[in-house]
Structure formats: C-alpha cells, structure tokens
Write a protein that binds this ligand. Structure first.
Ligand SMILES: *Cc1c(COP(=O)(O)O)cnc(C)c1O
Length: 226
C-alpha cells in the first residue's frame, strides 16, 4: 500500500473510533499536492476532493473527473466564477450574499453549494458569522439556482495543546453543530442542509464527535504541502 493509502486507512480508523457507526465522509484536500499522490488517494477509494483555488484546480483536474467529486472550498473571486462552474460539482465556500448573488446570476442549472461560516469571526478568514447563518438561509430562496446542501465551518486553530484550548474549540464545534441542526428543522426546500463540513487534519476527531458529516483533510493525508 502507498504511504498515502496507509494514512487514509489510519484516518478512516480514527473517524470511526471518534463516532462509531456514524457515517462521516473523508474529503481529501489536494491544494499544493501533485498528481501521483492524488492518484494514490483515488486508488485508496477516496472519491471526494477539495481544492481552494480555481486556477490550480483547473490545471490539475481535467474536465470530466469520472467518479471523483471535486468541491471548491476556498474563497471564490467573482472574476473566477465562470471558470469555476464547469470545474466543480459543488461550491462549498459561499461566504457572502454578494457571491451568492453573482454566482446565481451566471448559472443556468442548479448547483449544490454550502454556506461558509467563520465560527470564530476571525478577520483573516472568510465566511458569515454564526449569527448571520439563519437569516442568510431564510432568504436564500431568491438565488433560485443555488441548493444549499450544507454548512462549511471554519474554526480557529487551537493556540496550544492545553485542555482549556481543546475545550474552547470543542464547544465552538458543538455550537456550530447545534446551529446546523436547528436550521435543518426549518426544512427550507432550497436549503435541506444534509451536510456539516467541519474538521481538518489537526482537529477532525473533535469535529466528528460533534456531528460533522464531512471532514476536510490535507496534510494529514498527503504530508506537508509542496
Ligand atoms: C487547506 C484546507 C483544509 C485542509 O487543511 P489541512 O490542515 O491540510 O488538513 C481544509 N479546509 C480548507 C477550507 C482548506 O483551505
């Protein structure tokens, strides 16, 4: 088995151990990674991939990626919308009303999207605040080509490995999960929200415990980005 394959097996095991019996998909984040490692991930049975830049994704992923599902998970600039539409099966990084508006205006078919939430309200990160999630989704019907299939949560990194920091991050994850569930209860036809995409290499087990249905792992699978 390849090194990538071994890391994937280990991560799958840790996901299952964090929450036995619950389905959580593994998204392999391939930004900064080359073709051979991506092929190894596909060979290991990963079919969900995330890229955060349109240009890089376009160069690496030929059109018609077969059984592989490629999602956009990074900030989408408006001048890249036209190139992004044919490339991705879903855009998980809707981080403003302006982007939703602009994307909807360019579409001629329904597209699966997620609302990106900047849980810690960090100025360096994109996404709406937790408080804005419900009002945003409640009016998302007006973007008739967008189907909100989930929430993509970006969380602060733990500042250190102390128990207090761990507790803080886990509480934020728990709150985000509760917010996601409470929005599901509204049963908006345009926002069924089956997915909660939360957790990265350093914190995915906490995210799985909190109820994430997708974890996004880059370095934990592929090693340091080149
Ligand atoms: C890079 C990235 C990840 C993966 O981060 P790792 O620390 O490499 O696991 C997850 N989500 C988003 C949005 C990213 O940009």
């Amino acid at each position: 088995m390849s090194e990538v394959g071994e890391r994937i097996a280990e991560i799958r095991y840790r996901i299952e151990r964090a929450r036995p019996g619950r389905q959580c998909q593994l998204m392999a984040v391939t930004k900064g990674q080359g073709g051979e490692r991506i092929d190894q991930a596909i060979a290991a049975g990963v079919h969900l991939f995330g890229e955060n830049r349109v240009q890089e994704a376009g160069a690496k992923w030929p059109r018609g990626t077969g059984a592989v599902k490629l999602h956009m998970i990074g900030h989408l600039q408006k001048n890249k919308i036209n190139s992004a539409i044919p490339l991705f099966i879903a855009i998980d990084s809707i981080d403003s009303e302006g982007l939703a508006e602009a994307l909807n205006a360019r579409l001629t078919r329904r597209l699966s999207v997620m609302l990106q939430v900047n849980v810690g309200q960090e100025p360096s990160k994109f996404g709406v605040s937790s408080d804005a999630v419900r009002p945003f989704l409640a009016k998302a019907q007006k973007w008739s080509w967008l189907k909100f299939d989930g929430i993509l949560a970006v969380l602060p990194q733990a500042r250190d490995s102390s128990a207090a920091e761990g507790k803080r991050i886990r509480r934020l994850m728990q709150e985000t999960s509760e917010l996601w569930r409470s929005c599901q209860i509204d049963q908006w036809p345009w926002a069924p929200l089956p997915e909660l995409s939360m957790g990265m290499s350093g914190d995915f087990e906490w995210a799985v415990e909190a109820g994430a249905t997708i974890v996004r792992i880059g370095q934990g699978i592929f090693g340091p980005r080149g």
